[in-house]
Write a protein that binds this ligand. Structure first.
Ligand code: PLP
Length: 397
């Protein structure tokens, strides 16, 4: 006997993983250069030089237990202190090492935070659709309920009036993700201000803290000079779930953090519960070597200009062909309207031309496909032929 719930979760591969595996099998038959795989968000731009340099330096200069041994459960003090100093310089805030808990990436940051905040099975966390599909898994695993609120289909900003209707006495928190996977949208100043205003009003009305969980793995991946602000400046009860997976192209190394500013309501209790949740989920002591590596690379990113040129290439190319999507300001995804109502069928049709694009149903927003453009630009150029064929299929039919 095994857990039915866990069995089902394990047996049902995500649609993204399905397409990714399909692509690998098909490439063995038709050749890798003839597959246009836009399925997965695995950065192709290399990690910056500082990553390699600091790994080499650490291996040469540190004793084995200093880089491969356990750190404190919440992460090495010096690492957390350096991240705090870096953030203080960047956002003019007053953080200390004690505000940070090092994790195995954003997935762990979110799982731990949700587990720490869930008090009863009646608790609810609100997510904005389209959303990262794993949010549902993490919230359910924490023992809470998922409430999804659609974003504005015109620009994918939060519809604060709809969010207001969704908040009730059972709401524990709201997860936001800007820059957004899958829409690529960055929340505007106006959105953040009205979101913060709403949460303050509702916290007062229900006489309890509503936590804003800001999932920020794409914080530095923004274009045209856009800056992602420090969300606690807008709303105090914010917990940041960060990851170096995308900004430093290190998704396989599993490194990130949870940031709980001291002015969060019950901050010490929240931090202690985060330590407990990390322990109960088996996530203590994030990878030691990579804690030290990221400490040497604070403020550095992979070459985002390469994603920017992919963005322009793909957005302009698809627009010219008549595909419709909101121009993304960040992350590395285009969220394109499906050419038929059923995006799953549309994605199946795209496979006929070896084009692997993810139907949006699992993102909680049917009728679109997600195109991940953290890929080789040459593949994008080759793929236009397939996108045109797909368009023709619908025009002729
Ligand atoms: N949140 C979002 C919005 C993501 O897109 C991802 C990964 O793609 C994650 C969280 C998980 O990131 P990590 O690899 O750091 O666990």
């Amino acid at each position: 006997m095994v857990s039915k719930e866990m069995y089902e979760l394990g047996a049902k591969r995500s649609v993204i993983r399905d397409l990714f595996e399909y692509g690998k099998q098909k490439a063995a038959i038709v050749g890798k250069e003839n597959i246009f795989d836009f399925s997965i968000g695995n950065p192709t731009v290399p990690a910056p030089e500082c990553v390699k340099e600091s790994i080499i330096k650490l291996l040469k200069t540190k004793k084995s237990d200093e880089i491969h041994g356990y750190t404190s459960a919440q992460g090495d003090f010096e690492v957390r202190k350096n991240i705090a100093d870096y953030m203080n310089g960047k956002f003019n805030c007053q953080l200390k090492a004690e505000n940070f808990y090092m994790t195995c990436g954003a997935a762990a940051s979110l799982s731990i935070t949700l587990k720490a905040l869930t008090v009863s099975s009646e608790d609810e966390f609100i997510i904005i659709a389209p959303y990262f599909p794993e949010y549902r898994v993490f919230i359910k695993n924490a023992g809470a309920k998922v409430i999804a609120v659609p974003a504005d289909p015109e620009d994918f900003q939060i519809q604060v009036n709809l969010l207001e209707k969704a908040i009730d006495f059972h709401t524990r928190g709201i997860i936001i993700n800007s820059p957004n996977n899958p829409s690529g949208v960055v929340y505007s100043e106006k959105t953040l201000r009205s979101l913060a205003g709403l949460l303050k009003r509702k916290s007062k009305e229900y006489k309890k803290a509503l936590y804003l969980i800001s999932d920020e793995p794409y914080r530095e991946i923004v274009y045209d000079g856009i800056q992602v602000p420090y969300i606690p400046d807008y709303y105090e009860n914010t917990i940041i779930c960060y990851s170096y997976s995308k900004s430093l192209s290190l998704p396989g190394e599993r490194i990130g953090y949870i940031l709980i500013p001291s002015f969060v309501e019950n901050a010490r209790d929240v931090y202690t519960a985060v330590c407990g949740a990390g322990r109960s989920l088996g996530y203590v002591c994030a990878p030691s070597l990579f804690q030290r590596v990221i400490m040497q690379c604070l403020g550095k990113t992979s070459d985002i200009a390469l994603y920017d040129s992919n963005r322009k290439l793909l957005y302009d190319g698809l627009n010219k062909m008549g595909y419709r999507c909101v121009r993304p300001d960040g992350a590395f995804y285009l969220f394109v309207r499906s050419l038929e109502e059923n995006a799953v069928d549309f994605s199946e049709n795209a496979k006929k031309f070896n084009l692997l694009i993810v139907p949006s149903d699992d993102f909680g927003c049917p009728g679109y496909v997600r195109i991940s453009y953290c890929v080789d630009p040459e593949m994008i150029k080759r793929s236009f032929y397939a996108f045109q064929k797909l368009k023709d299929l619908y025009q002729s039919g």
